[in-house]
Design a protein around this ligand. Structure first.
Ligand code: TXA
Ligand code: MG
Length: 315
């Protein structure tokens, strides 16, 4: 079983030896390994049971480190980095040959991100290599936002979980790529589109696809608990499913049901994002037949929350 602790040196030793370590970030926990070591990267895919066509994000300590791994960086990418790193923003940039094919699933771009968490920042600064880290959950399941979530599902497969407490943002990074220098959103996430547009102007959408290996992050069904989720008007859904054992995942309101998770009593979207995945996990453990969820206001982090709810419901 994995040991959970705050020992950066131990994490450093294990990563240097090619082993995998779960790391905290401000978004979700990552399953990390040396991004330049093929054995470590292969092990990441195995532990997550992740298809090889789904590329990994490479994590670096700062802009200077990123420059060792990417080139032809568009002007708008520089602006985003200057404003939002470290933070919940991943950029898809042309990779230098030092980044292995396996990391990018053969794509010419690499997802690169500088996470904003003191433990992981400190770890990255001490490592002479970048770390590849997908979310630390089995492929297709909800991302982990606490060390306990990681231990539950991957504890028997990795030696160490670096304990950085509960994730502050709670939802994966926003992914932005570029086409002829113009920004395109590949995944809604922990940095709002409003914030990004305030720096680079209009950001273009990239439609969902279940078969497009250019952006497997857009797989419709992803981030799903095992229990079926239905998204809609809770009152109507409660009537419709009156004879079933259900649980409710609500934004702010309380409903007359036995099992429910409320994302934010004050209607705060940031707090709702922070609680979303833990709430899904809690309801998933109840062994009810159905989780009834409602959309949240569609602005700020609400857009990313609604995106994750829709994907959890797609099956
Ligand atoms: O917040 C996060 O981004 C977390 C933490 C641990 O940093 N990581 C994370 O990684 O969510 P992962 O692997 O669970 O999701 C990354 C998504 C994948 O769906 C992958 O398809 C997409 O990013 N991706 C990575 N590199 C890409 C590339 N070059 N082109 C298109 N999509 C890419
Ligand atoms: Mg993931």
């Amino acid at each position: 079983m994995a040991i959970t602790g705050k020992d950066i040196n131990k994490a450093k030793e294990l990563l240097t030896a090619g082993e995998l370590v779960a790391i905290p970030t401000e978004t979700v926990y990552g399953l990390s390994g040396n991004a330049l070591n093929l054995t470590s990267v292969t092990r990441i895919f195995e532990v997550k049971n992740r298809p090889r066509f789904d590329p990994l994000i490479v994590h670096v300590s700062d802009i200077g480190a990123a420059a060792m791994y990417v080139e032809n960086v568009p002007e708008l990418a520089h602006k985003l980095v200057a404003r939002f790193w470290p933070g919940p923003l991943t950029l898809l940039l042309k990779r230098k040959p030092i980044i292995p094919d396996l990391v990018t699933s053969g794509l010419p771009t690499v997802g690169i991100r500088c996470p904003n968490h003191p433990l992981t920042q400190s770890l990255l600064r001490q490592l002479p290599f970048p770390i590849a880290a997908p979310s630390a959950n089995p492929f297709g399941y909800v991302s982990p936002t606490t060390p306990e979530h990681v231990a539950e599902q991957l504890g028997d497969k990795i030696p160490y979980i670096l304990d950085g407490g509960a994730c502050q943002v709670g939802i994966e990074s926003t992914i932005i790529g570029f086409d002829s220098g113009l920004p395109i959103v590949y995944r809604l996430g922990g940095l709002t589109i409003e914030a990004i547009e305030s720096v680079v102007g209009k950001v273009y959408a990239n439609g969902h696809s279940t078969s497009n290996p250019v952006a497997p992050g857009q797989l419709q069904q992803h981030y799903s608990p095992s229990t079926k989720i239905v998204v809609g008007n809770i009152e109507e859904l409660l009537l419709k499913h009156a004879n079933e054992e259900v649980a409710v995942l609500s934004f702010q309101k309380s409903y007359p049901v036995k099992h429910q998770e409320i994302l934010s009593l004050t209607g705060d979207l940031d707090e709702a994002a922070q609680h979303l995945f833990a709430a899904m996990r809690t309801l998933d453990r109840l062994s009810v037949s159905l989780i009834l969820a409602e959309q949240v206001p569609n602005h700020g982090l609400g857009r990313a929350i609604n995106d994750r709810l829709q994907r959890a419901a797609a099956r």
